[in-house]
Design a protein around this ligand. Sequence first.
Ligand SMILES: Nc1ncnc2c1ncn2[C@@H]1O[C@H](COP(=O)(O)OP(=O)(O)O)[C@@H](O)[C@H]1O
Ligand code: SF4
Ligand SMILES: [Mg+2]
Length: 345
Amino acid sequence: MTPDTAAAMLTPTPTLRVRRLNTTLVQKNARLNLIRSIDFEVMPGETLALVGESGSGKSLTALSIMRLLARNAHWDCQGEVVFQNGTEPAQNLLNLSEHNMRKLRGHQVAMIFQEPMTCLNPVMTVGQQIAESVRLHLGLDPTAAKACALRALEQVEIPAAHQRFHEYPHQLSGGMRQRVMIAMSMVCEPRLLIADEPTTALDVTIQAQILNLMGRLQKDTGMAMLFITHNLGVVAHHAARVAVMYAGQIVEHGKVGDVFAKPQHPYTQGLLACLPGRARQLAKQSGQTVALQDIPGQAPSMNQTLQGCSFAPRCSECQTSCKEIPPAWRGSSEHKALCHFELAA
Ligand SMILES: Nc1ncnc2c1ncn2[C@@H]1O[C@H](COP(=O)(O)OP(=O)(O)O)[C@@H](O)[C@H]1O
Ligand code: SF4
Ligand SMILES: [Mg+2]
């Protein structure tokens, strides 16, 4: 056995490996490159947080992976989205037929959205909806599926689960609906969960309860999680690594502790510097809600073609070369930033 083969056997395989993901919106007269050359991976049992200001492309990244991009537009998705469930051969989700993708979605790969009402069927009881998913993906008979759905509602700590089982989504509170979404996404024990700001619409106490619940379920099942959030407190407490997005690109990537302690990209430095000292401390230490603040200026419009670094118009460190030459990655695979210069934090 060569040293390379031995090393490969010791290294666990990522549940999700995204390479050179490019998502383009194809319009009559233009192609908008909304997601540009994104690379990351999520290991089994690990949480990777994806942060960035509104419009930076976080949801589009998630929807590209799930192959759920809005059907009212023409999208071109290039690159590799390799999923590995731990037992079967890895597969590139971008190459799967829609039929096979549908078998995977909601079963081995699940997604939780910010607004559960967009995903829950208003004319079916929540119990029926979960049971339906179990029947479809696990092939259980109606009685077993119902029992499984009920267990899932109990697992997400919905009070009076027997009664709630027969209720419609509109009869539940926001927090309760989000729990139903979690139950629905976890009931088939997915290997990968993508959570797109799942608690942003909830008040702080419910938010903490739901995050703790998701953490517990993740621990029990060892699933990988891609967690999209605006809350740096959540990043500090619930994620191992963080990827910072700006204008459709990842611009910094590293372990949460390293990125918080020594941000390398001027954009990440700006985001963290925007937090008042106390809030920054809280984000690092307590896991309380610490919202991401926007830094001054505006992200470039997607119609704009920037030759060099897309952050150049807002960057206090910008040099002439930044406007002409696109930056390359600096740093190590453990902590890297897309910038021409090495910056002192
Ligand atoms: N269906 C769509 N049609 C056209 N543009 C879209 C669509 N969805 C998202 N975009 C654009 O893609 C960019 C990234 O959006 P999004 O991924 O939703 O941002 P985020 O989740 O980071 O707030 C934005 O400029 C947004 O306007
Ligand atoms: S490459 Fe230049 S403009 Fe871009 S982030 Fe680095 S210093 Fe700023
Ligand atoms: Mg979004």
